[in-house]
Design a protein around this ligand. Sequence first.
Ligand code: CAA
Length: 301
Amino acid sequence: MAGIIKRAAVVGAGQMGLGIAYVTALHAKIPLTLHDPSPQVLSKAVTHLESLLARDVAKRGLPQAEADAARERVTAVKGDGTGEGGGDLVAADTDIVIEAIPEITSLKTGLVRRLAERLPPPAILGTNTSSISLTKLAGSATLAGDGGASAARVVGIHFFNPVPQMKLVELIPALQTSEETLARARAFGEACNKTVTQSADSPGFIANAILMPMLNEAVMLLEKGVATKEDIDTTFRLGMGHPMGPLALADLIGLDTCLSIQKVLHNETGDTKYRPATLLQRMVDAGWYGKKSGKGFYEYK
Ligand code: CAA
């Protein structure tokens, strides 16, 4: 693995990007740059990374030297890695970039395009998208006259929140993705200490094709006054053995992220099972994004 991927970059230092940086540094032991245009987001991510490593030392028996080595592997860099709006470029010897920016199609296609123009193959262009078509993202990486080589290194590498804790990576090849890219991305996911599943480039892949309608139904039950939020969540925790109920889980994922995913799925399929609940839209309009903003279906300190 180390012979194949020696340097990584993660673009976007929110909760997913930070988690991906943590497993890359600690488990895969790969040096990486963590990019974000916001100095505040970057500094919060570094503080969170340090507290996760300190927790591993205090509670999980991680030797201090290993925690220090993991911390040293992560370099925070302002910008999105492409020079857009200032900031440093992703290093030329980067073998894999994983973008973890907001789930907005135009932002992701724009970033993938700029990365493709600046970082030559065979560097992998990985995306942590939860719902956007990989084939569309690879299409945005298509460069004139390269025989499809650039699009062939785009692949979905979908982590789950909280990344340090959830043991899965969903791998999604685009129609254009090469077997070599797929094999290297799988090896990377496994080096990050994750079990890897694979899905075709179908709306919602495996996880969100099933999860998002379930979360949305929970919001609709609440909206209709069928039950309280506590009773909806307790039903899933105690009745189905889920670690948390659907409304608490939506808060954890981020209500803005849930809404974006549902909009992408609804637009792409036209299927009403993906139509976001009005209450979900209203809560996002109110700026209630869930755990990350301090308020969603529940309140967080
Ligand atoms: N980052 C790192 N570690 C975390 C964490 C975080 N944000 N939150 C909790 N943990 C760790 C805790 O430190 C604790 O570790 P130790 O046992 O070593 O102390 C462990 O997780 C358990 O935490 P808690 O005891 O505080 O709480 P819990 O037992 O209720 O577990 C949970 C919290 C891990 C989040 C658990 O409730 C859970 O698994 N929930 C379901 C999460 C889930 O379904 N995630 C997938 C969402 S879908 C997605 O992400 C993809 C998408 O595209 C939308």
